[in-house]
Design a protein around this ligand. Structure first.
Ligand SMILES: [Zn+2]
Length: 514
């Protein structure tokens, strides 16, 4: 058992970014740097209720994979259940931490339905006392019974679904020891591991790609990577994608070298990367250990006929901000036109200028490209499909190998999870630690390395600092030397210190000395 002393009764925090993604119903291509980190304090009850509803909504979505509903999980749950008869208003008795801890442990042991029955029916406990003990915010105490029961059930689900911090793993040396002893390591990476090479991440406040799009006047920059927007008007993507094309250089960072070293030591089971820069490939992570969760620029496919080509074939078009069309479609159209040419004069449709742009609905972002749809488009004119790099857009499924690898191998066998350079805001990658715990393997240690602490997942150790420096130090403490051209001769001089307020969360800052 992993009874947690980390009792902190509060409503679960869910990042604003995953809300956006939820609305879009799909994964993003993003890697992400911690952008500001800490969840905002709830200013008032209304905000707290909204946040709680979103959290419960996510739980509901998570459990049912139900898409498209705007109703919250709270309402769905509450409507489907009878109201409690023993709930009274505002008879709040705050439980002690130990009592709350015991209740949570009991809940995890017997599961939500049995727990609810035992507490409310058998023991006749007060619903609101119980809810408060589990973490329903005390300001909700006067909302109607059915709503309160909904929150209560949402919190029960939340508690039983979340990974819990392991109490015996707390320090950087604990993490280093794991690095020495575990050999089925699962590494989850995001854009933070590539920024030291000047590759822009997506979500950094001032330097991220999204922030530069915002500066251009785009209110919702993620929409550049929305598949529906792409199909409607690919010019927007083509006008901007040059910024994020992989560089010609095959350089990679010390953090990539660290992952490669794990592979060379035969300790790396899988590297799930959210990055599309393919630096893992440059570093020599072999395809059988690498899942590019959000695809890559390595290939591109036609949106119409699915014909796939090497991604580099459209790089010139992307750099020229020109929409690339499908040569296969063009060939087919040409041959059909030739076949039809025997009879009435056929329309020649082999030029890219004939590309049809349908605009059935308006864009919701303010960026305007120079490719206004022509008014003379004709639905009868066959047009070639648009080529899209095989990076995963919002609204698209993740590559199949993500789920296959995770379900068939990693969820059952991984023995250490290292999360590096990602704020874990984008599902389903962000769900991996919880998913492994739900697979009955809550004792698999989780170590986080990033610029800002992660609040919404319970890691055992969080090493806060520059990724390249942290992994160098971690390797040093594990007894091996991480070599890379960006690491100075003689190594780094680093200071490791506790982060104030990080008690019980395994929080350490790793910084350069001096
Ligand atoms: Zn095609």
């Amino acid at each position: 058992m992993m009874d947690s002393n980390h009792m902190n009764p509060k409503i679960p925090t869910v990042s604003p970014i995953s809300t956006t993604l939820k609305r879009k119903r799909g994964p993003s291509i993003s890697g992400d740097l911690p952008a500001g980190g800490k969840p905002a304090l709830k200013q008032n009850k209304e905000e707290a209720v909204d946040a709680a509803l979103e959290d419960l909504d996510e739980l509901e979505e998570y459990d049912s994979s139900d898409a498209g509903s705007d109703s919250s999980g709270m309402i769905v749950i509450a409507q489907s259940q009878p109201q409690p008869t023993n709930a009274t208003t505002a008879s709040l008795i705050l439980p002690s931490d130990q009592e709350a801890l015991d209740l949570r442990a009991r809940l995890r042991k017997i599961g939500p339905p049995a727990f609810e029955k035992e507490c409310l029916e058998t023991k006749k406990m007060d619903l609101r006392d119980l809810g408060t003990a589990l973490g329903v915010p005390s300001e909700f105490v006067d909302i109607p019974d059915d709503q309160y029961l909904g929150f209560f059930r949402g919190i029960m689900l939340y508690i039983t679904n979340k990974r819990q911090k392991l109490q015996h793993i707390n320090t950087i040396d604990d993490a280093a020891k794991l690095l020495q002893t575990r050999n089925k390591i699962l590494v989850i990476t995001g854009a933070g591991i590539s920024t030291s090479l000047g590759i822009p991440d997506f979500r950094s406040k001032d330097t991220g790609f999204y922030s530069s799009l915002r500066a251009m006047g785009m209110s919702e920059p993620e929409e550049v990577f929305d598949i529906y927007n792409f199909d409607e008007n690919p010019q927007t993507f083509y006008s901007l994608a040059g910024e994020i094309l992989p560089k010609d250089s095959k350089a990679y960072t010390p953090t990539h070298a660290f992952i490669r070293a794990l592979q060379d030591q035969n300790r790396l089971q899988t590297n799930y990367t959210q990055n599309i820069d393919n630096l893992e490939g440059f570093a020599g992570i072999t395809p059988d250990r690498l899942i590019q969760c959000h695809g890559s620029f390595a290939t591109a496919s036609c949106r119409k006929c699915a014909h796939q080509i090497p991604g580099e074939a459209i790089f010139a078009d992307i750099r020229a901000k020109k929409v690339a069309t499908c040569a296969e479609c063009e060939k087919r159209i040409a041959s059909e036109a030739a076949a039809a040419a025997a009879a009435p004069p056929a329309l020649k449709t082999t030029t890219k200028q004939n590309k049809k742009k349908k605009h059935h609905k308006t864009h919701s972002f303010s960026y305007s490209s120079d490719s206004n749809p022509s008014s003379d488009e004709d639905d009868n004119i066959p047009t070639p499909g648009t080529m899209k790099p095989d990076i995963t857009f919002f609204g698209e499924d993740l590559p199949n190998d993500f789920f296959t690898r995770f379900n068939d191998l990693d969820s059952a066998t991984a023995d250490l999870i290292l999360v590096i350079g990602t704020s874990m805001q984008v599902a389903p990658v962000a769900k991996i630690p919880d998913k492994i715990a739900q697979a009955g393997r809550g004792d698999v240690p989780c170590v986080y390395i990033g610029r800002e602490p992660c609040a919404h997942i319970e890691f055992d150790v969080q090493l806060i600092g520059d990724c390249d420096a942290v992994v160098w130090e971690l390797a040093r403490r594990a007894g091996w030397e991480l070599r890379h051209e960006m690491v100075p001769e003689g190594g780094l001089e680093l200071v490791v210190g506790k982060i104030e307020g990080g008690e019980g969360r395994g929080l350490w800052r790793v910084g350069r000395a001096g």
